[in-house]
Design a binder for this molecule. Structure first.
Ligand code: ZN
Length: 144
């Protein structure tokens, strides 16, 4: 079941992040890396900020991450999220992937129990439209 209600708008990939979302359609969380110098970056962009290379490769992310920081949302920025309040928006870091952080939701936990440094596991949220969204939940419940 989708984390947000069915009237939640789906993602509309753009020229820069289409590759990221193509991988999500295959339920693969991959981050963009420069094909020349190897530096990871996210969100995807057409040019490496380090060496200005334009070639890219997509590096598989592990299915676990760590909460770098987070906030608890109490006010609906869109009518579709009203019934979900309060919910957690977190910035996650991935072991072995320096330089990339993913903004997503940490689900399946009361917002007041989320902590910086918490280990979370990937799950794929199937929206009514658009590609699946990578969201995360505490590791102990990630398999359910
Ligand atoms: Zn580069």
């Amino acid at each position: 079941m989708a984390y947000f209600p069915d009237d939640m708008p789906g993602v509309e990939p753009n020229m820069d992040d289409a590759g990221f979302w193509d991988n999500c359609r295959r339920r693969e969380l991959r981050f963009q890396a420069c094909d020349a110098c190897g530096m990871l970056r996210h969100p995807p962009s057409p040019i490496c900020p380090h060496c200005h290379g334009t070639g890219v490769k997509w590096v598989q992310a592990p299915d676990e991450a760590e909460v770098y920081t987070y906030t608890v949302v109490h006010h609906a920025s869109h009518p579709a999220v009203q019934s979900r309040l309060p919910y957690v928006v977190a910035v996650l870091e991935f072991p072995g992937l320096p330089g990339v952080r993913l903004v997503t939701n940490v689900t399946d936990i009361p917002p007041d129990r989320v902590q910086v440094g918490m280990q979370v596991g990937l799950w794929w949220d199937e929206l009514k439209e658009g590609p699946p969204i990578p969201r995360f939940r505490p590791k102990e419940s990630a398999a359910s």
